[in-house]
Design a protein around this ligand. Structure first.
Ligand code: SF4
Ligand code: SF4
Length: 455
């Protein structure tokens, strides 16, 4: 284990060879073309958000050359990562944003500063720090609750019937908005009666043993606690192709923590994930994820932000689940011989799928599947971006960003949505009322026998 592994504190990794975590070489690659700004969905609707060029290279230069504090507009970035994809000069924009956001959030820990003032024997100073930081404190608590979804979902999964009623009880939603700033406009997602991991244990684990074809499944929080049907579909489809599926111990991928600047929390989760996934890789498995934000985190954000033994190996061996099958099996061939009951889907490619080059995957994949029509609803952002659209002050922006997608969904022939991202699915359902499916569920319907998919 390296020194960096032995502490929970977030420490930026050294990304560029000649510097000590100095992202300036990346900022120097920026030639101010503003392509990133025109691709930013938040800058389009929020006049106060200065856009990715400022958040990335400009702020970085200012900070390094003139010692500026991180500007608080960094909180407005939803971490959709569309600017990364847009930049023709490969400026590491999202890495800059994540790092700046982490630094900004650390600088807002007024409790520590107040304590230090008390220790110095300066109670008046301590009081004034607390007074100034009170507003930020509530926001910080809210963001921590949203970012640590795994903890609240774990608790809710112990009494799902109660959690489902309590969290969607009107007055409770009103109270959440008034006290914490979590919008009351959205319905909380339902928790499943049985989590995926409980199902996996009850089932007796893998039904296929095959040391030559093993995948370790990173199911993430949502497929475990809310949509185990997606995780089960993933298992059934991979077993159909003769894979032995492993389900290693794991925590949150860290995606909601990156977006809220909680890099110390994210690192703690990454330590567990990397340790277990790297061990599976050592034993010959590759890693597959059914959520495109989880695969994005393991592939790109982990090595950009953390220095942990095995992290590069995890990044190099991680795939989105359907992508993995397309690379290793004749998936299109199998689908061309299959058929499903007539069904029409309005498909939205999540921004994080786009960043991995997977935005056309579902459309291409199901093109020859008899019975199914999958229609692309365009390249706009859904607007929810994980926790962004759950924040009371961002809700209206989130819906304004999503408007184009809602309209395209409604003009598509299908009245069922499809996407790989669980929070995009929430937004699609919220904006249109459609039921939303994951491509793995359609694959399961097409390729897996009913008697197998019920086991
Ligand atoms: S797209 Fe890239 S090069 Fe152009 S302004 Fe943005 S960061 Fe700079
Ligand atoms: S990550 Fe998304 S919201 Fe943030 S600056 Fe880039 S494009 Fe804008």
């Amino acid at each position: 284990m390296s020194d960096a592994d032995s502490t929970d504190e977030f420490e930026p990794v050294q990304v560029f060879e000649t510097t000590n975590m100095d992202l300036r070489p990346g900022s120097d690659d920026c030639y101010k073309c503003s392509t990133c700004d025109t691709s930013c969905p938040v800058a389009e609707v929020d006049d106060e958000f200065p856009g990715p060029k400022f958040q990335g290279p400009e702020q970085w230069r200012l900070k390094r050359k003139e010692g500026h504090d991180i500007d608080d507009s960094i909180k407005g970035c939803s971490n959709c990562m569309r600017c990364d994809d847009a930049c023709p000069s490969s400026v590491p924009l999202s890495q800059m944003h994540n790092t700046a956001r982490g630094e900004y959030v650390e600088s807002q820990r007024f409790g520590r500063e107040a304590l230090a003032a008390l220790r110095r024997g300066e109670p008046r100073e301590a009081l004034s720090i607390v007074r100034d930081g009170r507003e930020g404190f509530v926001e910080r608590v809210r963001n921590r609750v949203l970012a640590n979804y795994r903890a609240s979902a774990w608790l809710a999964s112990k009494v799902p019937w109660l959690a489902n009623r309590a969290m969607n009880f009107g007055p409770a939603r009103w109270l959440m908005e008034e006290t914490l700033g979590v919008t009351k406009e959205r319905e909380f997602p339902e928790f499943a009666d049985q989590t995926f991991r409980e199902w996996w244990v009850e089932r007796g684990g893998a039904h296929v043993e095959n040391p030559d074809k093993q995948v370790a499944y990173f199911h993430g929080c949502y497929s475990n606690f809310n949509t185990p049907e997606v995780a089960k579909a993933m298992v059934h489809v991979f077993e159909e192709f003769g894979y032995e599926v492993l389900v290693p111990p794991q925590k949150c991928s860290g995606t909601p923590m990156f977006a809220n600047g909680m890099l110390t929390d994210a690192r703690r989760h990454a330590v567990t994930n990397v340790e277990n996934l790297a061990a599976a890789i050592e034993n010959g498995a590759d890693i597959v994820a059914s959520c495109t934000s989880c695969s994005m985190a393991l592939r790109q954000e982990y090595p950009e932000l953390f220095d942990l033994d095995g992290i590069d190996s995890v990044a190099a061996h991680t795939y989105e689940a359907v992508e993995y099958l397309r690379l290793h099996e004749d998936l299109e061939g199998a689908l061309a011989e299959a058929e499903v009951d007539a069904s029409e889907f309005a498909y939205h490619a999540p921004c994080h799928a786009r960043n991995q080059g997977l935005d056309r995957q579902a459309i291409e994949l199901f093109a020859d599947l008899d019975g199914a029509t999958v229609e692309d609803v365009g390249d706009s952002c859904s607007g929810i971006s994980g926790t962004y659209g759950w924040k009371e002050e961002k809700y209206d922006y989130s819906m304004e960003i999503g408007e184009e997608m809602f309209e395209h969904m409604e003009s598509a022939t299908g009245e069922t949505g499809m996407t790989e991202c669980p929070t995009c699915a929430m937004q699609m359902e919220h904006g249109t009322g459609y039921e939303i499916r994951h491509p793995l569920e359609l694959l399961e319907g097409a390729l897996v026998d009913d008697t197998v998919s019920s086991a």
